[in-house]
Write a new protein. Structure first.
Length: 462
């Protein structure tokens, strides 16, 4: 759960992460100045297909209950490269509930947040063959037993209590998707930005970021322009798993954002650090038995801890007024190279809203990423080298509750191998994961270094 402040960014009519109302470019990029921690009601009509339910939705919101539901589908076609040219359509839905105890007339400062997610259909990740997910929906919800298959999971259940305008405590099933948020590039929860996960977040943090994990934390707002979060949580993925079977180490994570002005234009910088301990972290970059089986009979060494540091920046460059303008972003991350499958990563790009004055809520972006993997046994087994790529997209607002995104990716995976009968690894929340999908169907096919992928995504907000 992200700090509820006007985050900087260029968004269409409603921010797709959490359905918060968007503001103009300048207001969004001013960040947390003059804000406090705590829940706020969000308007629904006309930003949702079902509207205000004849006034009942607003009545529920006045009593502290807010519902948000989104559903979408992404069609992708590998028209050049990969192990094979193929296409597929993947659907994803999310249902979120917010309960505000103050508006309910109970006690001030309390907020309960619950979220469930579902994935269904077919993706083309296995046919692509690289170690970065080319569609974030293929990675979430991250049930380790359902990688590459349909999945349904409770992905967040958190109670937060605001002690003062500058201190908020929270505990429960924590979700990491909104971490490493970049107001221009987005995060793993955003569906109006990039499709490729390596542009939505720093790859180094994935090893220590299970999508769902029991934990506790605190949000702080020491200065109007400075906000931060500290959390400690279980190191094992909880999505789709029994909670009584968890307890594989712990992770301490902190992220801090600073809002600034540069030549009169607002911007934001974020610095994060994650440290995992009290667990046998495999030097293979994963504890997935399907991937470790490919290394048999050799057993990779283990390490008792691992860490990752990462940074991102967003900067407004031009403001055309009326919420229109464009800005640039960058990401940089570095891992320990002992148990983290990613040694370092970098990304940069630009995002604009309202390129056409007549299409003020349309958003477009262009980004480049480079991910350098660890020199570990899994990467050597699958002949993986560094991965880099370009992605360009245009998100069109058809009506406020319906957005359509056209997307094009060019990815240089530098894979030099024939597909075997084993599962191939992908960087997922918690580390490398794998699916048996494609293991037999693609056996014997030769990978292509460069892949071109066209995508078309729709999103409906209910």
């Amino acid at each position: 759960m992200a700090m509820e402040a006007p985050l900087p960014g260029i968004t269409p009519r409603a921010a797709r992460a959490g359905r918060r109302p968007a503001s103009s470019l300048a207001i969004l990029l001013l960040g947390a100045a003059g804000t406090t921690l705590g829940a706020q009601a969000a308007p629904h009509a006309p930003d949702t297909l079902t509207g205000d339910w004849n006034g009942q939705r607003s009545a529920l919101s006045a009593r502290g209950i807010d519902f948000d539901m989104t559903t979408g589908a992404t069609y992708q076609n590998i028209f050049s490269g990969g192990y094979t040219g193929d296409d597929g359509a993947l659907g994803a839905s999310a249902l979120e509930l917010h309960f505000d105890t103050a508006r309910a007339g109970l006690w001030p400062g309390g907020e309960l947040r619950a979220r469930g997610e579902a994935r269904y259909g077919e993706d083309v990740q296995a046919d692509f063959g690289g170690f970065g997910a080319i569609n974030v929906d293929s990675a979430l919800p991250h049930d380790p037993d359902r990688v590459g298959h349909d999945a349904v999971a409770l992905t967040e259940l958190v109670y937060a209590h605001t002690l003062s305008p500058r201190v908020q405590l929270f505990a429960g099933l924590l979700n990491s998707d909104e971490g490493d948020d970049n107001p221009l590039a987005g995060n793993l929860r955003r569906r109006d930005r990039f499709l490729n996960t390596f542009l939505l977040t720093s790859a180094v943090r994935m090893r220590l970021s299970p999508q769902v994990a029991p934990g506790v934390g605190v949000r702080l707002l020491p200065l109007p322009q400075l906000s931060g979060e500290i959390r400690i949580y279980d190191g094992e993925e909880a999505a789709g798993q029994r909670l009584d079977e968890l307890r594989q180490g712990s992770v301490v994570a902190t992220e801090w954002t600073y809002d600034h002005q540069l030549l009169g234009h607002p911007g934001r910088q974020m610095l994060g650090f994650r440290y995992g301990f009290d667990r046998a972290y495999s030097a293979a970059g994963t504890e997935d038995p399907r991937l470790l089986a490919a290394l048999a009979p050799a057993l990779p060494a283990t390490h008792s801890d691992t860490w990752a540091a990462y940074y991102n920046v967003a900067q407004s460059v031009v403001d055309w007024g009326d919420g229109r303008g464009w800005g640039v972003f960058g990401r940089l991350g570095y891992g320990d190279n002992d148990a983290n499958p990613v040694d370092w990563n970098a990304a940069l790009g630009a995002v604009a809203t309202g390129l056409l004055a007549t299409r003020a809520h349309d958003v477009a972006g262009l980004g480049y990423f480079h991910v350098y993997q660890m020199d570990g046994p899994v990467m050597r087994q699958f002949a993986y080298d560094d991965e880099q790529g370009l992605e360009a997209w245009y998100n069109a607002e058809i009506v406020p509750w319906l957005h359509v995104t056209a997307d094009l990716q060019m990815i240089d995976s530098d894979i030099d191998r024939y597909h075997g009968t084993e599962s191939t690894p992908v960087v997922l929340p918690g580390g490398l994961g794998a699916s048996a999908d494609g293991a037999g169907r693609l056996a014997g096919r030769e990978a292509s270094d460069i892949s071109w992928v066209f995508g078309l995504r729709t999103e409906v907000s209910f």
